[in-house]
Write a protein that binds this ligand. Structure first.
Ligand code: ZN
Length: 265
């Protein structure tokens, strides 16, 4: 069994708002913290980095240690544990309270379980076919005509925010444990899954923004070298600093990739 992990901030001098980890007990987690607008209040005295550094380890612990619980219940518990660490100091009902996208993967001899919330990406090689396991709700929201019209305008962020963790919108892990029930979850026989790649959207932009290839190509690149994947993204970002050729949210984004080989080819 081989694993590889890379998690790097978009700018070397900035704190990484992603979190990625693999447990030797058979679990992996990738979180991507949602960056609030620079002028925005969040109701929280903590940074987004602090938040993912609480939620991520809590979720990895739960996933690896509590095999009697579903991954959704593990996420609910991890959200609850994180909430308890700052509910006395912070207003967690604030709509910009720290929050993150989530991918969790867990395996034992018999099965592979997964959980996906918001726009981080999980790819599984299932019997030789690379299969994306995605939470499509954010894409659905941003693809709506009224959202496309205002994309990359100042009002866009506000419009998007009003749909986050709201009915008919999309969901991220913040302070409400109930959101765990909204995650995309499932399980497969262990023998059907050869390998897995989990990543934040700062890495999946290799495919989704820069069009270096499709999910199968991206999987192949991650398997070859997670560093090579992120290097290619960084080079493309640097070549288009004004985001003209490749429209995207952040010019350079935090990027995290986890590769897990569960069985030999
Ligand atoms: Zn706080």
């Amino acid at each position: 069994m081989r694993t590889e992990l890379l998690s790097v901030p978009g700018e070397p001098a900035r704190a990484n708002e992603d979190f990625a980890a693999i447990s030797p007990l058979g679990a992996a987690v990738v979180l991507d913290g949602v960056t609030p607008p620079p002028d925005g209040q969040t109701g929280c005295v903590h940074t987004v980095t602090w938040f993912v550094q609480q939620l991520g380890p809590a979720l990895l612990d739960q996933a690896a240690g509590r095999r009697d619980q579903s991954l959704a219940d593990c996420l609910a518990d991890a959200i609850g544990q994180t909430k308890a660490k700052h509910e006395d100091t912070c207003d967690l009902s604030h709509r910009r309270t720290p929050q993150a996208t989530v991918v969790a993967l867990r395996w034992d001899e018999k099965r592979v379980e997964y959980l996906v919330l918001s726009d981080s990406v999980l790819l599984l090689d299932i019997e030789g076919t690379v299969t994306p396991l995605l939470d499509g709700r954010l894409d659905e929201v941003t693809g709506r005509p009224e959202m496309r019209e205002i994309r990359y305008t100042p009002g866009y962020f506000d419009a998007l925010e009003s749909l986050r963790n709201a009915d008919g919108g999309f969901y991220t892990a913040a302070a409400d444990a109930e959101v765990a029930k909204r995650a995309v979850t499932g399980q497969l026989p262990r023998n059907d899954v050869r390998a897995a790649v989990a990543m934040s959207d700062g890495a999946s932009r290799w495919s989704e923004v820069f069009h270096f290839g499709d999910w199968t190509d991206l999987f192949g690149q991650a398997e070859k070298s997670v560093e090579g994947l992120v290097d290619a993204v960084r080079a493309a970002e640097t070549a288009d600093p004004d985001r003209k050729d490749f429209p995207r949210g952040k010019a350079r984004d935090d990027a995290s990739v986890v590769f897990i080989e569960l069985a030999d080819r």
